[in-house]
Design a protein around this ligand. Structure first.
Ligand SMILES: Cc1cc2nc3c(=O)[nH]c(=O)nc-3n(C[C@H](O)[C@H](O)[C@H](O)COP(=O)(O)O)c2cc1C
Length: 297
């Protein structure tokens, strides 16, 4: 049976974004600066490409073009699953690329992919822990590759196997955020993987509680349904250090390649600056949640 629209976590997430309203604050304002430092590196904006994959199917060298677009915008780039050569191509663009590895059933595959990412010049690695089961009571199989859930011990062994920062993607609870921190993750991505499960909590709904637990010790990224600088601002105000944008860059990538990705990021950066200017925040690190009001009428 087809899932009804109402159950769709993407729709619920979009509605949640749209219920968040902002105070305006004007006195003593300055021209905002969107520069950020993430994982020890400077970026022009707190906006990264999401861990997308399979873009070479819709755009020639789509993965490398996505990375090139991020590099042109001086933004961080996450990459999803894919062949080794794809990641090497992405790294050659000069982008800072974090390779998100699938929770492959066979841990030897995970260790091998970590080693390859190191050799090919990735900026970081990580795992989308939310892709282990398929929602039908079985383990997931992604393009023919079997997946399995990872224990704390297994995740710790991946983290300890590399000097690169290791990012845990698919955290959507305080429970997992606490575990990720304890295990030594270098960062987390709060995400429901564009609606991998119906009725998943909107990332921004659980974000303030996660931010409280993380308490600034590691960067918190957020993705799912981020389309504008206004969305970015709301995520930052509720506790994110940066966001990832996936589907919103896919059309521009297809139409205009790397420049399409760059221009989308520059547009979102301008929108973010516009919101910061009217809410009284001169820099990204100053943005905080008291500016947000939740629509209740
Ligand atoms: C075409 C496509 C491929 C994706 N591949 C991966 C992947 O390989 N690994 C991963 O962790 N997430 C993957 N994702 C999920 C994104 O990283 C992201 O979590 C999700 O799309 C939500 O962000 P968005 O709403 O901005 O698209 C993929 C998403 C799309 C649309």
């Amino acid at each position: 049976m087809e899932a009804t629209q109402k159950k769709d976590s993407n729709q619920i997430t979009r509605e949640y974004f749209d219920r968040l309203l902002l105070e305006m604050r004007h006195i003593d304002n300055v021209m905002p600066d969107t520069e950020v430092k993430l994982l020890g590196e400077r970026f022009s904006m707190p906006i990264a490409t999401a861990a997308l994959s399979h873009l070479n199917g819709t755009t020639e060298n789509g993965m490398a073009k996505m990375a090139e677009g991020a590099a042109l915008a001086e933004a961080l780039c996450f990459s999803g699953m894919g062949e080794r050569e794809e990641l090497a191509d992405m790294c050659r663009t000069g982008a800072k690329v974090i390779k998100i590895i699938k929770p492959h059933a066979d841990n030897a595959t995970v260790f091998e992919k970590i080693r390859q990412a190191e050799e090919d010049g990735a900026f970081g690695v990580g795992m989308d822990i939310d892709h282990a089961f398929n929602g039908q009571g079985d383990y997931d199989v992604v393009v023919g590759l079997p997946m399995k859930p990872k224990s704390s011990e297994e995740l710790r062994s991946f983290i300890q196997a590399t000097k690169l920062p290791f990012i845990i993607k698919g955290v959507l609870s305080v429970t997992d955020a606490k575990k990720a921190l304890e295990l030594g993750a270098a960062g987390i991505i709060v995400s429901h993987h564009h609606g991998i499960m119906d009725y998943a909590v909107p990332p921004l709904m659980v974000l303030p509680e996660i931010a409280k637990v993380i308490n600034g010790r590691i960067p918190i990224f957020v993705d799912c349904c981020i389309e504008s600088g206004m969305d970015v601002f709301k995520a930052l105000a509720l506790g994110a250090d940066a966001v990832c944008v996936g589907r919103a860059i896919m059309g521009p990538l297809k139409d205009n390649g790397a420049e399409g990705v760059r221009d989308t990021f520059l547009r979102m950066q301008k929108e973010l600056k516009g919101v910061m200017a009217r809410t009284g925040f001169g820099k990204i690190s100053a943005i905080e949640g008291s500016v947000i009001r939740k629509r209740d009428f």
